[in-house]
Design a protein around this ligand. Sequence first.
Ligand code: ATP
Ligand code: MG
Length: 331
Amino acid sequence: MHKILRLESVKKYFPVRRSIKEVFHKNNQSYVRAVDGVSLTIDEGKAFVLAGESGSGKTTLARIVLRAIEPDSGSIIFDGHDITKYEGSKLKKFRTNVQMIHQDPYNSLDPRMRIMDIVMEPLNIHEKSKSKKEKIEDVLEALEKVRLEPTTDIADKFPHMLSGGQRQRVSIARALVLKPKLVLADEPVSMLDVSVRAEILELMRNLKDTLKLSYLYITHDLATARFIGDDVGIMYAGKIVEVGPIEQVLLNPLHPYTQALLDAISEPKVHNLEKEKIIRIKHDETRERPKTGCRFFHRCLYSMDICKNEPLLSGEEENHYVSCFIYPISL
Ligand SMILES: Nc1ncnc2c1ncn2[C@@H]1O[C@H](COP(=O)(O)OP(=O)(O)OP(=O)(O)O)[C@@H](O)[C@H]1O
Ligand SMILES: [Mg+2]
């Protein structure tokens, strides 16, 4: 299987702003370890879901892939090329191949622009040699792909004349107009009405199949992720703690954190029946997250002394990896 994206030990720490008092006392600079050594691969034509709670580093990772921010270390291999240090025209060319769909279909479209111009914008930046006529054709083709029809009527409208679902289709059309190979979608349906979420997911899934598109699909909602995802990586505190085919991970979650995430979306009925067993997470947010060893240590019901060491991702079943000392293979 051809790999469209491969990340190797990608790291990004953000310095925490110090107070004047801390600077005066020459306290050491501290860092938010937003992305802390992530490796993953996305197969061509597949959707890789990145799931995890708020602040786990999902968006930071997507911005690193886009080359919107520089990683401190690690490499980004796109379509067989190491693009980590690309600059100038090479970087520009790479950027046509990777596009982002944002969470908010209300704020991400300029209200003063017609849909035609919104969708054409990436062509004006990246395809300067194309004639106006060719660009218009490309825009209409993109609108057709996202089923915004009749395309010429829609192209004439302004964003406020469209529904939330239609606006998100416009965002998708804008992402597709350059015919990218990889689309990064950061919570693309979370701001939409529940009633239109399914149709947008369905559209994204169809596009994946018909255009052989690959996705990095970011969410903290594992229930909807299942609809689009082929593989899933569970992120916690800047690290991927479990990764594998989505059905396998969801049916047989191995990491205590993945189990807790899945408990959160399971039937409330089950909670009442087996409360003791189901609530598997300690609510001890007051203690600082450990900087070494398993980052989930203080919240895990199974933590042991050995968990103060760094757990590594290792294979339990085929293609299903977990970083947890419960499983002897990580030792
Ligand atoms: N530019 C920045 N400067 C400093 N800290 C940052 C910056 N961007 C992100 N962070 C921090 O890095 C951590 C990861 O943030 P990130 O936005 O990647 O999380 P996320 O998983 O996308 O969360 P959410 O689900 O809320 O979108 C957070 O602690 C955040 O405060
Ligand atoms: Mg985010």
